[in-house]
Design a protein around this ligand. Structure first.
Ligand code: FAD
Length: 528
């Protein structure tokens, strides 16, 4: 509101016609100065040292509503609306009394009684005789002020609406800088701990949407409900957000863009957290998977039981067959022998019929199609089915999926059942180990020509001499109540269906390690 010390020299009065004024190299008639002031479009007044008006130009009359003759001889206070705070006048007078120009805003009253906001500059001027004058210049800035105020009000309104929104909302400029955000977004910054959440959302959206993101930006279309997951995929601290965005363009407010239609593009990004919803969906999915797997397991256990019964039948049948053969070859056959032969043949036929019936009553597995499969996805599904058991048994799972696995094909249901069997085995074995902490580690890796899945546990492990035998049907270390020794047999069967290999070894955790290797298969195979 104030300026540097300055006093203009009133060498010649404006009305002093005929005289000349030296301005640098040229000489201008002083009359010209008078006319310049008189015709200026800004309200100009000249007062004495106590602000009594001595001169006022035509613009002064237009802005205040008073003709010069109505106000000459009056104090400038005549214009006051008496609503300007006293401190403003004190600052004004303290400045001009010290020969410093003053600039500021006062509320004036027009002759009609209407208030207007005057932007005023007062410059102290000293005449050649040493007497002090003040040159006042003011203009009505009411329209500009009300416009400014309206813009401010609108900004405040937008900010409070944005702030009140319960979901994180942020506006980013072309360089990705945050130019506006709300409380929910600020809270997110705190939750994320490091970095700018919006930058992370943009990175994930660009990665997930690919070229569609750029197309949405250049086409000005925006995007809706794009789901992104924030947080390490291996931890359970993942958070899901549904992101919607719209790009808008705004005129560049800088001076250099005044005559050019330069525009800035901004992105309004809304990130609605849907972690809770996702969790519910995942629970539903896990429940559905559990039901599906339980059905598959039932079919499988029936198959195993009947295959076991048929297998058990085979031994006695072989014996009866051999005995019949011996009797057939005997030369000293008598009546008794012939009767025994008949009985044995009868028994053999009845046994074979029973075995055939058992085979026929084996439930057939519905053929499963070969489709593109995600090993990481299948393993994640299996782990989600075990969430409750893992928590209840206090098993720490170290789930380390490869960030990117090559695409391959397979029978998803069979693979899921196989991994479930292996996780089951590990969870059954872990409590038998001596480690205080129960650990299960599942790793997937891209080997270049295939996919490796490694399952480690810290149970008692499998002794070296048993590592091949465990794949034999009916070989079990679990005793009654186990899977009857068909579990790893089934694993080997599924692995073979996928042209893979399986090996059992010693885990770094101290227990059992199962390494499964699946070569890449891109072609879609036929039914089972
Ligand atoms: P006042 O009682 O006159 O003064 C209020 C305070 O101003 C006092 O406490 C004192 O600190 C200071 N003050 C007033 N007169 C003097 C003085 N002669 N010497 C030292 N301090 C003083 N006012 C407007 O409201 N609108 C205008 O457009 C306007 N234009 C002006 C143009 C010029 C060139 C000058 C020199 C002054 C202008 N003023 C204007 C200021 C005006 O003269 C009054 O000071 C102001 O209006 C306050 O008047 P008041 O009667 O309410 O209070």
């Amino acid at each position: 509101m104030s300026g540097h010390r300055q006093r203009r020299d009133l060498g010649s009065a404006p009305e002093a016609g005929g005289e000349v004024v030296r301005t640098g190299a040229s000489l201008l008639p002083s009359r010209l100065f008078h006319e310049a002031v008189a015709q200026a479009q800004v309200a100009i007044s000249i007062t004495d040292a106590s602000a009594t008006i001595l001169y006022a130009n035509a613009a002064f009359g237009r802005i205040t509503g008073y003709q010069p003759e109505e106000i000459i001889g009056h104090n400038e206070a005549f214009l006051s609306d008496h609503s300007t705070p006293r401190e403003i006048y004190e600052s004004l007078w303290s400045s001009i009394k010290s020969d410093r120009p003053w600039s500021g805003y006062l509320v004036n009253r027009h002759k009609t009684g209407a208030r207007y906001l005057a932007e005023l500059t007062i410059t102290p001027v000293q005449a050649q005789d040493g007497s002090s004058y003040y040159l006042g210049m003011h203009r009505d800035v009411t329209p500009m002020h009300s416009l400014e105020q309206r813009v401010r009000n609108q900004k405040a309104l937008i900010e409070s609406v944005v702030d009140a929104a319960s979901m994180p909302l942020v506006v980013l400029d072309e360089a990705g800088r945050v130019v506006l955000d709300n409380q929910a977004y600020k809270k997110l910054i705190g939750d994320f701990g490091v970095g700018e959440p919006a930058a992370e959302f943009l990175r994930l959206l660009q990665a997930d949407m690919g070229p569609a993101f750029e197309a949405a930006r250049s086409g000005g279309r925006g995007f809706e409900r794009q789901e992104v997951m924030v947080g390490p995929p291996t931890s359970n601290r993942q958070r899901w957000f549904s992101c919607s965005g719209v790009w808008f363009r705004e005129r560049d407010p800088s001076a250099e863009a005044f005559f050019h239609d330069r525009r800035q593009t901004y992105l309004l990004l809304v990130a609605n957290e849907i972690s809770h919803l996702k969790q519910q969906q995942e629970e539903l999915y896990a429940t559905a998977l559990r039901a599906l797997t339980a059905e598959q397991e039932l079919v499988q256990s029936l198959q195993e039981a009947l295959a076991g019964a048929s297998f058990q039948f085979q031994g006695p049948l072989n014996l009866i067959g051999a005995a019949t053969g011996i009797l057939d070859r005997r030369v000293d056959a008598c009546e008794d022998t012939a009767a025994l032969q008949r009985v044995l043949r009868h028994a053999l036929e009845a046994g074979r019929e029973a075995q055939a019936m058992i085979r026929q009553s084996m439930p057939m597995r519905p053929p499963e199609a070969v489709t593109p499969v995600s090993f990481n996805g299948i393993l994640r599904d299996v782990l989600s089915m075990y969430t409750n058991r893992l928590l209840a048994e206090g098993v720490v799972v170290d789930w380390r999926p490869a960030p990117q696995l090559p695409g391959t094909t397979g029978r998803e249901g069979r693979l899921r059942g196989m991994f479930k069997q292996l996780v089951d085995n590990a969870l059954d074995a872990i409590p038998l180990g001596r480690a205080a902490e129960r650990e299960l580690c599942i790793v997937t890796a891209d080997t270049g020509d295939g996919i490796l899945v490694r399952i480690d546990d810290n149970g008692p492990g499998i002794p070296e001499e048993d590592r091949l035998r465990v794949f034999e049907p009916f070989y079990t270390t679990k005793g009654a109540g186990g899977s009857g020794g068909m579990g790893l047999g089934m694993v080997q069967e599924v692995v073979a269906e996928h042209d893979g290999t399986v090996a059992v070894g010693r885990s770094d955790l101290g227990g059992c390690r199962v390494d499964l290797y699946f070569p890449l298969r891109r072609q879609v195979l036929g039914g089972p």
